[in-house]
Design a protein around this ligand. Sequence first.
Ligand code: GDP
Ligand code: MG
Length: 160
Amino acid sequence: FLPRLVASLEQVDQTYIMIKPDGVQRGLVGEIISRFERKGFKLTGLKMFQCPAELAEEHYKDLSAKPFYPKLIDYITSGPVVCMAWEGVGVVASARKLIGSTDPLQAEPGTIRGDLAVQTGRNVIHGSDSPENGKREIALWFKEGELCEWTPAQAPWLRE
Ligand code: GDP
Ligand code: MG
């Protein structure tokens, strides 16, 4: 029973993933979603959304003193985004690895930004940077009733 106990103690996290307006305009939605799906994480929320400035400002409030902040808000509100909630053990850190460095020129090939983007100001995707922020951001972007609790049929084939 010990391994079972250890497994049950492994914490299931949530992360907020968002395909930014450039990712939508460039037709990368399917490509990006499939990378998370293939990895084996569970999708619990998905919607397309035209983000109002107030929400973009709240989401990025920690960066409000940065010189690029006004441009960042313009960018995020420049067209529809795709909002996603993903769940799994280690999903926050793993998603950041799949996404790659903030600057796409520094991002490793094989990562989303490394493969699909060239500039920090157009880096196609957002991912939460901690489990706490994952929860905060999902609560910020999704309303009650928009998230789905479900058990994927592949669950026993992903984790022993
Ligand atoms: P992330 O967590 O990797 O997305 O990076 P940060 O939290 O540091 O920054 C949030 C977002 O702000 C980035 O993904 C970029 O879209 C944008 N950003 C960060 N640094 C810069 C910058 O130096 N210039 C511009 N134009 N945008 C930036
Ligand atoms: Mg960040």
